[in-house]
Design a protein around this ligand. Structure first.
Ligand code: DGL
Length: 278
């Protein structure tokens, strides 16, 4: 395995973030807010989204290519915003990356651990893409820490959520019957907490809260951001006296991406660069 080079204090290299598409912009926005001095490089593999219905081998290949792209941009740390990639390709990425890699699964499971401290809380739900759910990566990580005794985990793939959100329908009344159908089995099990195990799902937070009131919602991107902030503040802050840069690269100039990156981060369409990888 390639040894990890932990970045040093006053490290002015950017942080790299990648996702299969637009969903990772939510993580990027959280990072940009939490670390206002840090330069950021984002890669959205918009030409090949969705990853969540592809075979694990294809996803691993795509992930390696995204990581190489970020390494070629001299990043000091890589945030894998994509749950599907984090679920099945994190160890492959760690093998090829000389810089630290933060996926979304372990940070989300730390939040699960906090929930499980509440007396009587023992039922956890997970929603994600087909690949993420079939990998059982969240379950493995939770069981590794907490064991299986007394803990009940229910997972549900929600493949229609991504295209509906990409269509901008996350606040449309049309999303409710779809969400109700996917969430019904978890609701019937009376889960205590639900992992929003896909980059896009935090955009459905309001809808899910209405359908499942009282359930603790865990956003893996938010948790991964907390972990990134800790590492950066401990080892690798940027020089605070310069203006920060956010570079956005996409493998296809998808209109939704252009709109969202402008809405979330104020990055102008002209500043988004179209690249080929792989
Ligand atoms: N980024 C993916 C995830 O978090 C969702 C979109 C896709 O299927 O590529 O799992």
């Amino acid at each position: 395995m390639t040894p990890k080079i932990l970045p040093q204090k006053e490290d002015n290299r950017p942080i790299g973030v990648f996702d299969s598409g637009i969903g990772g912009l939510i993580a990027l926005t959280a990072l940009a807010k939490a670390l206002p001095q840090e330069d950021l490089v984002y890669l959205g593999d918009t030409a090949r989204v969705p990853y969540g219905d592809r075979s694990p081998e294809i996803v691993k290949n795509y992930a390696r290519e995204c990581v190489q792209f970020l390494l070629d941009h001299s990043v000091k740390l890589i945030v894998v915003a994509c749950n599907t990639v984090s679920a099945i390709a994190l160890s492959e990425i760690e093998k090829i990356s000389p810089v630290p890699v933060i996926g979304v699964i372990k940070p989300a499971v730390s939040a699960v651990s906090a929930v499980l401290l509440t007396p009587g809380y023992k039922k956890i739900g997970i929603i994600g893409t087909r690949v993420t759910v079939q990998s059982r990566s969240y379950e493995h990580e939770i069981y590794k820490i907490h064991g299986q005794a007394g803990l009940l985990i229910y997972a549900q793939a929600c493949p229609l959520f991504v295209p509906l959100i990409e269509e901008g329908w996350h606040e449309d009344p049309f999303i409710y019957p779809v969400a109700e159908k996917y969430l019904r089995p978890l609701k019937e099990e009376k889960i205590d907490a639900l992992i929003l195990g896909c980059t896009h799902y935090p955009l459905l937070r309001k809808v899910i809260e209405e359908i499942m009131p009282g359930v603790v919602l865990i956003d893996p991107a938010e948790e991964a951001t907390k972990q990134t902030v800790q590492i950066i503040q401990q080892y690798a802050s940027q020089n605070a006296y310069k203006e920060r840069q956010i570079e956005c690269y996409v493998t296809d100039l998808a209109p939704t991406f252009v709109r969202m990156v402008n809405q979330f981060l104020g990055v102008s369409p002209e500043a988004i660069r179209h690249v080929s990888i792989g």
